[in-house]
Structures are given as C-alpha cells and as structure tokens.
Design a binder for this molecule. Structure first.
Ligand code: HEM
Length: 134
C-alpha cells in the first residue's frame, strides 16, 4: 500500500505487525465458533485450535509481507494443495470470508487496511474451492 508520504508500505507494517494479526486470527476462529453459517466449516477443523491459530498467524504475517516464518517452518505454502483434503465449495468459501470480514471489523481499526486485506483474501478463498457449485 502507499502511505500518505507516498512511500510503499507492506500490509504487515500498515496494520501494525504481528500483534494485530494474532488478534485477527483469534477473532476469526471465535467467529467460526459462533456464527451459525460457519458450523460445517468449524467441524472440518480440530476441536483444539491452538496449532491452527499459530500456523494461520504465521501464514498471514508472511502473506502480508512480514517475516517468512511460515515457509521457514513448513516450506512453500502450496495452499490449494493443503486444502484438497477438505471439501470446499461456495458455502465453505462464503462462510470463511464471512468470519474473516467480521474478525477484520472487530480487530483492524483502519478501514483501508481492512479493505485491502479482505479484497486480496476473497480471490484466494475462491481459489481454495475444490467442489463444483450446486
Ligand atoms: C475457503 C475456505 C477454506 C476452508 C474451508 C479452509 C479450511 C481449512 C482447514 C480445515 C484447515 C486445517 C486446519 C488444521 O488441521 O489445523 C486449514 C488450514 C489452513 N488454511 Fe484454510 N480454509 C479455507 C481458506 C483458506 C484461506 C483463504 C487461507 C489463506 C489465507 C487459508 C489458510 C490456511 C492455512 C495457512 C492453513 C494451515 C496450512 C498448514 O498446515 O501449513 N485457508 N484450512
């Protein structure tokens, strides 16, 4: 993103680094635990989300231009391949994005930062689909 000074800033810097990303991920899975539309999505995940949260935090930090700890630990993201074991159609994609939108609204005060993140995650979530519509 481009800041007021005209300098290029990573999304990671823009939203304030690791701390807010951790809060975003906590809020995301809290939404998944509570939003009725996300019940089936939640059921795909382990009951204990500690490791899932840790890994998504590392991934998002790297994806936003922050430290590369995710790949240092797990190699190339191969995100679509890693999701092939789960049945992901439009409903799952929409539920995932709904939880993320609400979590962003809760934890990222900067509206441009929120929009930039959601706008970039929407096509990524769509790319995770591996089930035909209908
Ligand atoms: C679109 C619907 C999606 C569904 C249904 C879904 C579901 C899942 C599930 C069930 C897991 C396994 C969790 C675990 O065993 O701990 C997982 C892992 C993961 N998901 Fe998703 N996901 C979706 C989209 C996304 C998107 C858009 C991203 C990127 C921001 C993402 C990032 C990840 C990461 C980084 C992991 C951990 C991968 C690893 O083990 O290294 N997911 N996802």
């Amino acid at each position: 993103m481009t800041g007021d000074s005209g300098q290029k800033t990573t999304l990671y810097q823009w939203i304030g680094g690791m701390e807010p990303i951790g809060r975003l991920v906590d809020a995301f899975y809290h939404q998944m635990d509570t939003v009725p539309e996300a019940r089936d999505l939640r059921a795909m995940h382990p009951s204990d989300l500690a490791e899932t949260k840790r890994v998504l935090t590392l991934y998002l930090a790297q994806w936003m231009g922050g430290p590369g700890d995710y790949s240092a630990e797990r190699g190339h993201p191969r995100l679509r391949a890693r999701h092939l074991g789960f049945q992901i159609g439009e409903a799952e994609r929409d539920a995932w994005l709904l939880c993320m939108k609400r979590a962003l609204d809760e934890t990222i005060p900067d509206a441009r930062g929120r929009q930039a993140i959601l706008g970039a995650l929407a096509p990524l979530a769509d790319f995770m689909r591996n089930q035909q519509a209908g």
